[in-house]
Design a binder for this molecule. Structure first.
Ligand code: GTP
Length: 597
């Protein structure tokens, strides 16, 4: 059945192209919030999101809109996260919609991230409506962007909507087209319940709140429901919608988007992409596409002072309440002491967690260089998943090491093609396709994920003066010639500085790293040797000369307080240090492997 008076849609947009501003305008139009409540952008609710200007979690808002045909429609806008690390969440949000607005900044043009999401939308059968935003800017170049939309994405953009989310220009036409062009949802309100979990988060008072799209049936308070993947059952306490204020309703029927609260205690109990059914429906086939999200990047997180260990554990536990993709387990490092091995979706996710731990929980942390997950086939024919270079079995027990391979989609203007191809080749990439689209080139490369994690994005930006855009997706594990590169400081291996690198690059990396560490580790009263080793073979070495004796020599002769002062002064300058043996190693050293030239 067509559920005529509902439209479910999302907005596909590159970061900064104006999605939040447009959402604000839509909310304003519906009059659901007061002026004061509107004062803040409502949709990006986390501080960090606002500060970094990126949307991290999906949210939704339901608006009533009376169209020119005199009928009132419920428009459900489902927000999607705007970053490569969260592409699974994006795909689930899109699955809940019948339409998507492709919002493009008319002064910037199409970017790879939106192209990738747009393809996902088209594949899932969504109606995609291109919209040019920021038409008020003098630098807006609608003709060029229309051409891009047609060439790169293959959408007919002849009568593209032109709006300004800032001034509100074109908003009425946008709302009308949305009602006219997006199909209403299909569903059977009398059938067995099937609801997709689009997103879930933890609320201190209510427990887990699930944002759902009901495909069939009805869900209401008092009913027993089941979470399909776990088979666990819960009783529904409350259902409702976001206007964007949380507003409780008597029921959520087929076609609608809203929330369900059902006494679920932890986010693991309501994974994104899962299906809710009534507990009595033992044989219902779930909605397709459910995946358990797996962290792909791991790093050690260590409190600088050992007393903060318990606080750190508590903070991680709290963050995880709202972030199922975050994993952590205790880790002990000879060099850094007690800490946690944490798993993240990608680099951005990692930075966000790190920043929250420091800012919201006031922790002073040392983070080790992120590494990807490797698969190791041992001589006993076991396959191990290795999250930490320190956990690699001894050389003699390794049959092969497999590294994760990603497929990268890059969009770059022609004049930078040479630079970008060179960069991809330096990163051990192999070209899968190259396509001319207007004066842009769409490139597909397979690359080891470890090369991308390092600094690929920054390098890509500088190779293209900021014009290239980039998206990636995990493909498979592949055997590679990899070795563990150890770093020894005065003959002692520092486990937290070990990395897994390609055999051919070990020498170069070893040399770079020892040189870089030489410039990062402060000079001591004695000479410090820094060595890079593969197995027992030393492949590079640098030496940090001892401090010149005469720095404190002046003080000899009894002026002990002055000498102390001098030392204290030195200390203050290096807050984030870790004592490793006799040597203090600053935080920067543990991230030195990230900055390869
Ligand atoms: P994410 O939340 O990361 O996806 O970013 P966003 O796409 O939501 O961007 P946002 O709405 O925060 O807008 C980015 C910047 O563009 C802000 O400074 C807005 O004020 C500005 N902006 C948005 N729409 C318009 C517009 O129509 N005209 C002009 N001139 N500026 C706009």
């Amino acid at each position: 059945r067509r559920l005529e008076q509902i439209r479910n849609f999302s907005i596909i947009a590159h970061i900064d192209h104006g999605k939040s501003t447009l959402a604000d305008r839509l909310i304003e139009r519906s009059g659901a919030l007061s002026q004061r409540e509107m004062a803040e952008q409502v949709l990006d609710s986390m501080d960090l999101e606002r500060e970094r200007g990126i949307t991290i979690k999906a949210q939704s808002v339901s608006l009533d809109y009376t169209a020119r045909d005199g009928r009132t429609y419920q428009l459900n806008f489902i927000d999607t996260p705007g970053h490569v690390d969260f592409s699974y969440e994006v795909s689930r949000s899109l699955y809940a919609c019948e339409g998507a607005l492709l919002l493009v900044d008319a002064s910037q043009g199409v970017e790879a991230q939106s192209v990738a999401n747009c393809y996902t939308a088209v594949e899932q059968g969504l109606e995609v409506l291109p919209v040019l935003n920021k038409i008020d800017l003098v630098s807006a170049d609608p003709d060029r962007v229309v051409q891009q939309i047609e060439e790169i994405i293959g959408l007919d953009a002849a009568d593209v909507l032109k709006i300004s989310a800032k001034t509100g220009q074109g908003l009425d036409e946008l709302l009308e087209s949305l009602v006219q062009h997006f199909p209403p949802p299909m569903g059977d309100p009398d059938g067995p319940l099937k609801a997709l979990i689009i997103d879930s988060w933890f609320n201190n008072y209510l427990g887990v709140v699930c944002l759902v799209r009901v495909f069939d049936g009805v869900v209401q308070p008092g009913e027993k429901i089941r979470v399909h993947s776990t088979g666990r059952e819960f009783t529904v306490d409350q259902v409702g919608i976001f206007t964007p204020k949380q507003t409780s309703w008597q029921s959520l029927t087929a076609g609608r988007v809203g929330y369900v609260i059902a006494g679920i205690k932890s986010l693991d109990g309501a994974p994104v992409g899962d299906t809710l059914t009534h507990a009595s429906q033992k044989t219902t086939v779930p909605l397709p596409g459910f995946k358990v999200v797996k962290p792909r990047v791991f790093a050690g997180v260590f409190p600088v002072s050992a007393e903060d260990y318990e606080d750190c554990r508590e903070a991680l536990a709290k963050l995880r309440l709202n972030d199922t993709a975050l994993r952590y387990e205790p880790e002990t490092s000879q060099a850094l002491g007690f800490g946690f091995r944490c798993g993240f979706l990608g680099m951005l996710h990692m930075e966000i967690v790190q920043e929250r731990l420091e800012r919201e929980y006031g922790l002073n942390l040392i983070t080790t260089a992120p590494t990807v997950v490797h698969e190791v086939l041992t001589t006993r024919a076991e396959v191990l998943e290795v999250h930490n270079p320190a956990d690699l079995p001894p050389l003699g027990e390794i049959k092969e090491i497999r590294e994760p391979i990603i497929q990268a989609s890059i969009l770059v203007p022609q004049e930078y093609l040479g630079n970008v191809i060179k960069l991809c080749e330096d990163k051990r990439g192999s070209q899968k396709s190259l396509q001319y689209v207007g004066n842009q080139i769409a490139l597909e490369y397979e690359m080891p994920m470890s090369e991308v994690v390092l600094d690929f994005f920054d390098r890509l930006k500088s190779a293209s003066r900021g014009f290239a855009s980039f998206d990636y997706e995990f493909r498979r594990f592949q055997v590679a010639s990899l070795v563990k590169l150890d770093i020894l400081v005065n003959g002692e291996p520092v486990d937290a500085l070990s990395t897994i690198v390609h055999r051919d690059l070990a020498q170069v990396r070893g040399r770079e790293l020892t040189e870089r560490l030489k410039s990062i580790i402060p000079r001591q009263m004695f000479e410090v040797a820094i060595q890079a080793a593969v197995g027992s073979r030393i492949i590079a070495r640098s030496t940090i000369k001892a401090l010149r004796k005469n720095v404190t020599a002046k003080c000899y002769g009894g002026d002990i307080t002055r000498k102390k002062k001098l030392l204290e002064k030195q200390k203050a300058g290096k807050r984030r240090m870790k004592q490793v043996g006799k040597i203090e190693i600053p935080q920067d050293a543990f991230l030195a492997v990230l900055q390869v030239d």
